[in-house]
Ligand binder design. Sequence first.
Ligand code: FMN
Length: 197
Amino acid sequence: MTEPVEIYRTPGFPVDYQFWQRWSPRAFTGEAIREDQLMSLFEAARWAPSCFNEQPWRFLYAQRDSSDWQLFLDLLMEGNQAWAENSSALIVVLSKKSFSHNGKPNGTHSFDCGAAWQNIALQAALMGLATHGMAGIHYQRIADELNVPDDFNVEMMIAVGVPASADTLEESLREREKPSDRKAVTETCFAGRFPED
Ligand SMILES: Cc1cc2nc3c(=O)[nH]c(=O)nc-3n(C[C@H](O)[C@H](O)[C@H](O)COP(=O)(O)O)c2cc1C
Protein backbone atom coordinates (compact mmCIF):
# COMPACT_ATOMS: atom_id res chain seq x y z
CA MET A 1 0.00 0.00 0.00
CA THR A 2 1.53 3.25 -1.04
CA GLU A 3 -1.49 5.54 -0.57
CA PRO A 4 -1.67 7.48 2.71
CA VAL A 5 -3.98 5.97 5.35
CA GLU A 6 -5.87 9.30 5.49
CA ILE A 7 -7.60 8.35 2.23
CA TYR A 8 -9.41 5.53 4.02
CA ARG A 9 -9.68 6.66 7.64
CA THR A 10 -10.91 9.86 9.29
CA PRO A 11 -11.09 10.07 13.09
CA GLY A 12 -14.40 11.43 14.41
CA PHE A 13 -12.70 13.16 17.36
CA PRO A 14 -9.13 14.38 17.96
CA VAL A 15 -6.93 11.36 18.73
CA ASP A 16 -3.25 10.60 18.34
CA TYR A 17 -2.27 9.55 14.81
CA GLN A 18 -0.78 6.26 16.03
CA PHE A 19 -4.19 4.81 16.85
CA TRP A 20 -5.74 5.14 13.43
CA GLN A 21 -2.66 4.83 11.20
CA ARG A 22 -2.08 1.22 12.35
CA TRP A 23 -3.72 -1.37 10.18
CA SER A 24 -3.21 -4.99 9.22
CA PRO A 25 -1.71 -5.47 5.76
CA ARG A 26 -1.06 -8.82 4.12
CA ALA A 27 1.66 -7.67 1.73
CA PHE A 28 5.10 -8.18 3.26
CA THR A 29 8.53 -8.00 1.60
CA GLY A 30 9.85 -11.31 2.93
CA GLU A 31 12.78 -9.55 4.62
CA ALA A 32 14.10 -10.75 7.96
CA ILE A 33 13.98 -8.46 10.99
CA ARG A 34 16.60 -8.31 13.71
CA GLU A 35 16.16 -10.03 17.07
CA ASP A 36 16.44 -6.67 18.87
CA GLN A 37 13.53 -5.30 16.80
CA LEU A 38 11.43 -8.24 17.91
CA MET A 39 12.50 -7.70 21.51
CA SER A 40 11.28 -4.09 21.30
CA LEU A 41 7.84 -5.44 20.41
CA PHE A 42 7.87 -7.78 23.42
CA GLU A 43 9.13 -4.93 25.59
CA ALA A 44 6.07 -2.91 24.56
CA ALA A 45 3.86 -5.86 25.52
CA ARG A 46 5.62 -6.08 28.87
CA TRP A 47 4.21 -2.72 29.94
CA ALA A 48 0.58 -3.59 29.32
CA PRO A 49 -1.72 -3.41 32.35
CA SER A 50 -3.18 -6.63 33.75
CA CYS A 51 -5.40 -7.74 36.61
CA PHE A 52 -3.26 -8.15 39.79
CA ASN A 53 -0.27 -7.31 37.56
CA GLU A 54 -0.33 -11.01 36.69
CA GLN A 55 1.10 -10.38 33.21
CA PRO A 56 -0.55 -13.58 31.93
CA TRP A 57 0.82 -13.21 28.39
CA ARG A 58 3.46 -15.56 27.05
CA PHE A 59 4.89 -15.39 23.54
CA LEU A 60 6.46 -18.14 21.45
CA TYR A 61 8.10 -16.90 18.28
CA ALA A 62 9.96 -17.94 15.15
CA GLN A 63 12.03 -15.66 12.94
CA ARG A 64 11.78 -16.44 9.22
CA ASP A 65 15.48 -17.40 9.07
CA SER A 66 15.21 -19.77 12.04
CA SER A 67 14.82 -23.56 12.11
CA ASP A 68 11.34 -23.18 13.72
CA TRP A 69 9.92 -21.06 10.85
CA GLN A 70 8.31 -23.90 8.88
CA LEU A 71 6.87 -25.41 12.07
CA PHE A 72 5.16 -22.10 12.94
CA LEU A 73 4.02 -21.44 9.35
CA ASP A 74 2.35 -24.88 9.27
CA LEU A 75 0.29 -23.93 12.33
CA LEU A 76 -1.58 -21.29 10.30
CA MET A 77 -4.66 -22.14 8.28
CA GLU A 78 -3.98 -22.23 4.54
CA GLY A 79 -5.57 -18.86 3.78
CA ASN A 80 -3.27 -17.15 6.24
CA GLN A 81 -0.20 -19.13 5.18
CA ALA A 82 -0.57 -17.79 1.63
CA TRP A 83 0.43 -14.27 2.67
CA ALA A 84 2.06 -14.76 6.09
CA GLU A 85 4.86 -16.76 4.45
CA ASN A 86 6.30 -13.37 3.45
CA SER A 87 6.26 -11.99 6.98
CA SER A 88 9.43 -11.73 9.05
CA ALA A 89 8.38 -13.38 12.29
CA LEU A 90 5.44 -15.36 13.60
CA ILE A 91 4.34 -15.05 17.21
CA VAL A 92 2.00 -17.32 19.18
CA VAL A 93 0.17 -15.48 21.98
CA LEU A 94 -0.62 -17.58 25.05
CA SER A 95 -2.34 -16.60 28.27
CA LYS A 96 -1.98 -18.13 31.72
CA LYS A 97 -5.42 -19.12 32.96
CA SER A 98 -4.78 -19.07 36.71
CA PHE A 99 -3.38 -16.47 39.09
CA SER A 100 0.16 -17.19 40.22
CA HIS A 101 -0.41 -15.86 43.77
CA ASN A 102 -3.28 -18.21 44.67
CA GLY A 103 -3.83 -20.64 41.80
CA LYS A 104 -7.42 -19.48 41.32
CA PRO A 105 -8.92 -18.94 37.83
CA ASN A 106 -8.01 -15.57 36.33
CA GLY A 107 -11.14 -14.29 34.61
CA THR A 108 -9.23 -11.63 32.67
CA HIS A 109 -6.37 -13.69 31.21
CA SER A 110 -7.52 -13.27 27.61
CA PHE A 111 -8.55 -9.65 28.09
CA ASP A 112 -5.11 -8.75 29.48
CA CYS A 113 -3.39 -10.47 26.56
CA GLY A 114 -5.45 -8.31 24.24
CA ALA A 115 -3.84 -5.23 25.78
CA ALA A 116 -0.38 -6.78 25.33
CA TRP A 117 -1.08 -7.62 21.68
CA GLN A 118 -2.24 -4.07 21.00
CA ASN A 119 1.01 -2.74 22.48
CA ILE A 120 2.92 -5.00 20.08
CA ALA A 121 0.86 -3.77 17.14
CA LEU A 122 1.32 -0.09 17.98
CA GLN A 123 5.05 -0.43 18.73
CA ALA A 124 5.58 -2.26 15.44
CA ALA A 125 3.79 0.51 13.55
CA LEU A 126 5.96 3.13 15.27
CA MET A 127 9.01 1.17 14.03
CA GLY A 128 7.79 1.05 10.42
CA LEU A 129 6.84 -2.62 10.71
CA ALA A 130 3.36 -4.08 10.36
CA THR A 131 1.50 -6.73 12.33
CA HIS A 132 -1.47 -8.89 11.40
CA GLY A 133 -3.34 -10.83 14.07
CA MET A 134 -4.64 -14.27 13.16
CA ALA A 135 -7.33 -16.50 14.67
CA GLY A 136 -7.23 -18.69 11.56
CA ILE A 137 -4.76 -21.04 13.22
CA HIS A 138 -4.69 -24.66 14.38
CA TYR A 139 -5.27 -24.17 18.10
CA GLN A 140 -4.97 -27.77 19.26
CA ARG A 141 -1.90 -28.46 17.14
CA ILE A 142 -0.24 -25.32 18.52
CA ALA A 143 -0.82 -26.57 22.06
CA ASP A 144 0.45 -30.05 21.21
CA GLU A 145 3.37 -29.27 18.93
CA LEU A 146 4.72 -26.29 20.90
CA ASN A 147 4.44 -28.03 24.29
CA VAL A 148 1.97 -25.53 25.73
CA PRO A 149 1.16 -26.48 29.36
CA ASP A 150 -2.49 -27.13 30.35
CA ASP A 151 -2.74 -23.91 32.37
CA PHE A 152 -2.18 -21.82 29.23
CA ASN A 153 -4.67 -20.85 26.56
CA VAL A 154 -3.70 -20.39 22.90
CA GLU A 155 -5.09 -16.94 22.01
CA MET A 156 -3.92 -16.01 18.53
CA MET A 157 -0.90 -15.73 16.28
CA ILE A 158 0.68 -12.56 14.95
CA ALA A 159 2.56 -12.08 11.70
CA VAL A 160 5.16 -9.30 11.93
CA GLY A 161 6.70 -8.00 8.76
CA VAL A 162 8.08 -5.26 6.59
CA PRO A 163 5.16 -3.80 4.63
CA ALA A 164 5.27 -4.20 0.85
CA SER A 165 3.29 -2.85 -2.09
CA ALA A 166 -0.17 -4.38 -2.60
CA ASP A 167 1.02 -5.23 -6.14
CA THR A 168 3.00 -8.14 -4.66
CA LEU A 169 -0.26 -9.90 -3.69
CA GLU A 170 -2.41 -12.14 -5.86
CA GLU A 171 -5.59 -10.48 -7.12
CA SER A 172 -8.16 -11.54 -4.48
CA LEU A 173 -5.91 -10.36 -1.66
CA ARG A 174 -4.84 -7.21 -3.52
CA GLU A 175 -8.44 -5.97 -3.66
CA ARG A 176 -8.76 -6.24 0.15
CA GLU A 177 -5.39 -4.60 0.85
CA LYS A 178 -6.51 -1.29 2.34
CA PRO A 179 -7.22 0.12 5.80
CA SER A 180 -10.73 -0.70 7.04
CA ASP A 181 -13.17 1.80 8.54
CA ARG A 182 -14.81 1.66 11.96
CA LYS A 183 -18.23 2.08 13.53
CA ALA A 184 -18.84 5.60 14.82
CA VAL A 185 -18.14 6.14 18.54
CA THR A 186 -21.86 6.82 18.98
CA GLU A 187 -22.64 3.25 17.88
CA THR A 188 -20.52 1.66 20.61
CA CYS A 189 -20.49 4.10 23.55
CA PHE A 190 -23.52 5.03 25.63
CA ALA A 191 -24.02 7.28 28.62
CA GLY A 192 -25.74 5.25 31.32
CA ARG A 193 -27.75 2.09 30.63
CA PHE A 194 -27.48 -0.07 27.53
CA PRO A 195 -29.80 1.44 24.97
CA GLU A 196 -32.98 -0.34 23.87
CA ASP A 197 -33.34 -0.98 20.15
C1 FMN B 1 -7.73 -11.79 17.26
C2 FMN B 1 -7.68 -11.45 15.80
C3 FMN B 1 -7.77 -12.47 14.87
C4 FMN B 1 -7.68 -12.18 13.50
N1 FMN B 1 -7.65 -13.22 12.61
C5 FMN B 1 -7.36 -12.98 11.31
C6 FMN B 1 -7.11 -14.06 10.42
O1 FMN B 1 -7.12 -15.22 10.79
N2 FMN B 1 -6.82 -13.74 9.13
C7 FMN B 1 -6.78 -12.45 8.67
O2 FMN B 1 -6.50 -12.24 7.50
N3 FMN B 1 -7.00 -11.40 9.51
C8 FMN B 1 -7.27 -11.63 10.82
N4 FMN B 1 -7.41 -10.57 11.70
C9 FMN B 1 -7.32 -9.20 11.23
C10 FMN B 1 -8.64 -8.45 11.36
O3 FMN B 1 -9.52 -8.85 10.34
C11 FMN B 1 -8.38 -6.93 11.32
O4 FMN B 1 -7.62 -6.57 12.45
C12 FMN B 1 -9.66 -6.13 11.30
O5 FMN B 1 -10.36 -6.33 10.10
C13 FMN B 1 -9.41 -4.63 11.46
O6 FMN B 1 -8.55 -4.18 10.47
P1 FMN B 1 -7.17 -3.43 10.80
O7 FMN B 1 -6.40 -4.29 11.77
O8 FMN B 1 -6.49 -3.32 9.46
O9 FMN B 1 -7.48 -2.10 11.40
C14 FMN B 1 -7.53 -10.84 13.07
C15 FMN B 1 -7.44 -9.82 14.02
C16 FMN B 1 -7.52 -10.10 15.36
C17 FMN B 1 -7.37 -8.99 16.37
